[in-house]
Write a protein that binds this ligand. Structure first.
Ligand code: BES
Ligand code: MN
Ligand code: ZN
Length: 500
């Protein structure tokens, strides 16, 4: 897609389609108003007859003759007073999905024009960033194992309309960042939607390696099981013990800043399928456990964002990845392993495997003496119970880092919510036979937090945040599919850390 800025007045625009906002009241504003006047009040007539009512998500295409544009795409934007970035994105998604099913080739959006949205700081940047992200969201198509999902899209020029105002570098930057983030979200969704017999640890390693080959600033290395054994990563190896599919530890280093600048380390859980192991899960919806590598997929996506934007920072991306399946060689409840950190772990439930692979990855992360560590994991069903599909669960040993991530969540529309990590909870994961147990042995509540407490034992004194994405990484039911979250949230954080 070509993302462009159009500074013409709406009435002079030379393009197939004009995308115009209709709010939930009779008043017409900005481009909608001038276009209405220039076309014999066709829009107000449409509105009066309730062909469109301004309800958010509604959209209608109207033909026009004798003008430099051929169609109006009228889009419901909800109450004017409540017009927000969230509603702007919803409106765009409605209009763009409709347009993508037509043969029109070019369109200008006036949904984010300053005469509608105001000139608040950052508005122009947000408007174009969200436009690019919305386009990538609606144009994702899963075709690998179902080629008939492919729909030809004619639209190839998408403009942000200023309705006669000047272009700005903020608009350009918004497009640039939104395009990179939107593409990365597509990468993540595809990796996550692929079934576990295609998206294996080796497949993830190959995808990361491909990104490494494309960008000079990125170098990727992949540890195999015998190399992991040498590092003492027995916690990770205990999870893959039952599987014949080779486990990998993927490490991608990105250098975008001074050599001695401490890196940010991103870690993502890459269980390519989670049966629960010997602590076998019930079969209901077990297929969804192909998504247990969404943390890993997001890590690959973030590597792509950082490299494509050439962010001014150093970063390391670490992906521990394997399958969790039962067999005669699988780890059994009660087994005790010595992790890379030296701490022994009593594995009371083999279904609490994410924290076991993350433990060794987080220990490995400390070798970089990082500025901070962020891990992302589909870690607990309890997080889905607590926060549902709207907020991811944030836990951190640093108020400073937590505040920044909460803000990045709000700014990107990829929200997160903080949970407490106090000693009361870490007291729940004691073991009579090892330094720590992999599940609570003192009460059954707060499963998301006790998992966070377990991870905290493997980050030393480094600034660290854990994001439990079990509820937000994919949608269930009829709309089953990966969301690409939290690429938006963590990209926002990384972009603001880089000062780009
Ligand atoms: N991958 C699951 C968590 C999960 C479950 C994510 C459902 C999304 C939906 C994780 O490995 C797991 O099985 N966690 C257990 C932990 C328990 C055994 C302490 C859980 O949440 O039930
Ligand atoms: Mn599990
Ligand atoms: Zn899991």
């Amino acid at each position: 897609m070509n993302f462009l800025i159009n500074t013409n007045k709406a009435i002079e625009a030379k393009v197939d389609c004009l995308i115009l906002p209709i709010f939930d009241d009779p008043k017409l504003r900005g481009a909608t108003k001038t276009i209405n006047t220039a076309n014999n009040k066709i829009i107000s007539d449409f509105q009066k007859n309730k062909d469109i009512q301004g309800k958010i998500g509604q959209s209608r295409i109207l033909p026009i003759t004798g003008k430099t544009y051929k169609r109006l795409v009228l889009v419901g934007c909800g109450k004017y007073e409540k017009y927000s970035e969230k509603n702007y994105k919803k409106a765009l998604i409605s209009a763009l999905s409709k347009l993508s099913r037509t043969t029109h080739k070019s369109a200008i959006s006036f949904l984010g024009t300053s005469d509608i949205c105001g000139n608040k700081a950052g508005t122009e940047y947000r408007a174009t960033k969200i436009l690019a992200e919305a386009w990538h969201q609606i144009s994702y198509q899963y075709t690998t194992t179902k080629p008939s999902n492919e729909k030809k899209i004619s639209l190839n020029k998408l403009y942000h309309g200023t309705n006669g105002n000047a272009r700005s570098s903020e608009m350009k930057k918004g497009f640039n960042n939104g395009d990179a983030i939107g593409k990365a979200i597509k990468t993540v969704r595809l990796l996550a939607d692929l079934p576990s017999n295609i998206c294996t640890p080796t497949h993830l390693a190959n995808e990361a390696t491909k990104i490494g080959r494309k960008h000079k600033a990125v170098s990727v290395k992949v540890l195999n099981e015998s190399q992991m054994k040498k590092f003492g990563m027995n916690s990770l190896l205990s999870v893959t013990a039952g599987s014949s599919e080779p486990a990998k530890m993927i490490i991608a280093e990105y250098k975008g800043s001074r050599k001695n600048e401490k890196p940010i380390v991103i870690v993502g859980k890459g269980i390519t399928f989670d049966t629960g192991g010997i602590s076998l899960k019930p079969s209901n919806s077990m297929d969804e456990m192909k998504y247990d590598m969404c943390g890993a997929a997001t890590t690959v996506g973030l590597l792509q964002v950082v490299a494509e934007l050439g962010l001014n920072l150093n970063a390391v991306f670490i992906i521990p990845t394997c399958e969790n399946v039962p067999s005669s060689t699988a780890t059994k409840p009660g087994d005790i392993v010595k992790s890379m950190s030296g701490q022994t772990i009593e594995i009371l439930n083999t279904d609490a495997e994410g924290r076991l692979i993350l433990a060794d990855a987080l220990t490995y992360a400390q070798r970089y003496k990082p500025k901070l560590i962020i891990d992302m994991a589909t870690l607990t069903g309890a997080c889905v119970v607590a926060l549902g599909q709207h907020h991811s669960g944030l836990m951190s040993n640093s108020d400073h880092l937590a505040e920044k991530l909460l803000k990045a969540g709000v700014d990107s529309g990829d929200a997160t919510w903080r949970l407490p990590l106090t000693e009361d909870y870490s007291d729940q994961i004691v073991s009579n036979f090892a330094d720590v147990a992999n599940i609570s042995t003192r009460g059954s509540g707060a499963g998301t937090i006790t998992a966070g407490c377990f991870l905290q034992k493997f980050v030393g004194d480094f600034e660290w945040a854990h994001i439990d994405i079990a509820g937000v990484a994919w949608l269930e039911g009829q709309n089953k599919g990966a969301t690409g979250r939290p690429v938006g949230l963590v990209s926002e954080f990384l972009i603001s850390e880089s000062g780009n």
